[in-house]
Design a protein around this ligand. Structure first.
Ligand SMILES: [Zn+2]
Length: 274
C-alpha cells in the first residue's frame, strides 16, 4: 500500500489566522509528508495602529511568506481588503476557483459566528463555495470537482449560538515551538498590533529571545482553555491516561455542507491521531 499524500487547505481571514488556529496540526501534517496550503482571504491592510494600506500589505505578505517557509508550505494572501470583506458573488467565485485548483482532501476555516466580520464572511464564502465547486456552469473557466471536499471549522471560544462541537482533537504539544516560530514571523501582529489592541504593549520585550519567550506565553494563554473545554473528546481520542494529561490541542468541528467527516475520513485525514 502506498501512503497517500493529503492536500489540506486552510482558509483564514487574515495573514496569521491559519497559523494561530491550525498551525500545530499543519506542522503535524507536514511532519508526515502531507501537503498543506494556507490562504488569507484578506490582504491584512488594516491590522495595525501605526501603518496601513500598501505598506502594511507588503509587510504582511512578507511575514506570511516567512511563516509558510518555516513549514515549507505556500501561504497565499488574496487581494481582498482587510476589514472590508463581503460575501459577494465575486469573492465566492474566487474561493470556488481556488478550491478547485488545489482540489483539497480537507478544508479548514472559521465558524460562521465569530467576533470579526472578516472571519464570519470568510466562513460564509467557504460554505457558499461548498457544493458549488462541483457545479460545472459555475466558474466554467476552472473545471468543476467531481466530489465535494470535506470541510471543518477551526476552534474558537464563542458560546452563541452554540459552543464549538468538535469531533477531532489533536494533541499539538510536540509541535508547539513550530507554531511559535510561525507566529514569530508575524511581527506586525504579535509584537505590535495585537498587544496594542489588547492594551498589553508594555509587556513585549525588545530583546528577540525574550520576545520569543513572551510570544510562547501569549500563544499558550490563547490555546490553554481548549483541552479542558473538550476534555471528553480528548479522553475518548487518546485514552483516559494520556487524555487526562494533554494540555494543548487544536479541535475541529465538521461543517455539514462539505462531504461527511465520518470516522473513516478522520482516520484518513488525521493519521497522527490514534
Ligand atoms: Zn483574523
Amino acid at each position: 500500500m502506498t501512503a497517500e499524500t493529503l492536500k489540506i487547505l486552510i482558509i483564514g481571514a487574515h495573514p496569521d489566522d491559519c497559523d494561530l488556529h491550525a498551525g500545530g496540526t499543519a506542522a503535524l501534517w507536514r511532519g508526515h509528508g502531507h501537503d498543506v496550503r494556507f490562504v488569507s482571504v484578506t490582504n491584512g491592510e488594516s491590522g495595525h495602529h501605526q501603518m496601513s494600506g500598501e505598506e502594511l500589505v507588503t509587510r504582511r505578505r512578507n511575514e506570511a511568506a516567512a511563516s509558510g517557509a518555516t513549514l515549507e508550505i505556500r501561504y497565499d494572501v488574496l487581494n481582498n481588503r482587510d476589514g472590508y470583506l463581503q460575501p459577494t458573488i465575486e469573492a465566492r467565485f474566487e474561493i470556488i476557483a481556488l478550491i478547485r485548483q488545489y482540489n483539497p482532501d480537507l478544508i479548514l476555516t472559521h465558524r460562521p459566528n465569530d467576533y470579526h466580520p472578516d472571519h464570519r464572511y470568510t466562513s460564509q464564502l467557504v460554505c457558499d463555495a461548498a457544493y458549488m465547486v462541483t457545479v460545472p456552469p459555475i466558474v466554467p473557466e476552472v473545471p468543476a470537482l467531481r466530489d465535494n471536499p470535506i470541510i471543518a471549522y477551526l476552534s474558537d471560544t464563542f458560546e452563541r449560538p452554540y459552543r464549538l462541537a468538535p469531533t477531532v482533537a489533536v494533541d499539538i504539544e510536540p509541535v508547539l515551538d513550530k507554531v511559535v516560530a510561525m507566529l514569530d514571523c508575524h511581527e506586525s501582529q504579535f509584537y505590535e498590533w495585537l498587544p496594542y489592541n489588547m492594551r498589553r504593549e508594555d509587556e513585549v520585550p525588545s530583546d528577540p529571545d525574550e520576545r520569543l519567550k513572551w510570544l510562547k506565553g501569549f500563544y499558550l494563554g490563547w490555546i490553554d482553555s481548549f483541552a479542558d473545554r473538550h476534555r471528553d473528546l480528548v479522553i475518548a481520542t487518546y485514552g483516559p491516561e494520556r487524555g487526562r494529561t494533554i494540555r494543548y490541542i487544536e479541535a475541529f468541528e465538521p461543517c455539514e455542507y462539505g462531504a461527511p467527516l465520518n470516522e473513516a475520513a478522520i482516520k484518513r485525514l488525521f493519521p497522527f491521531v490514534p
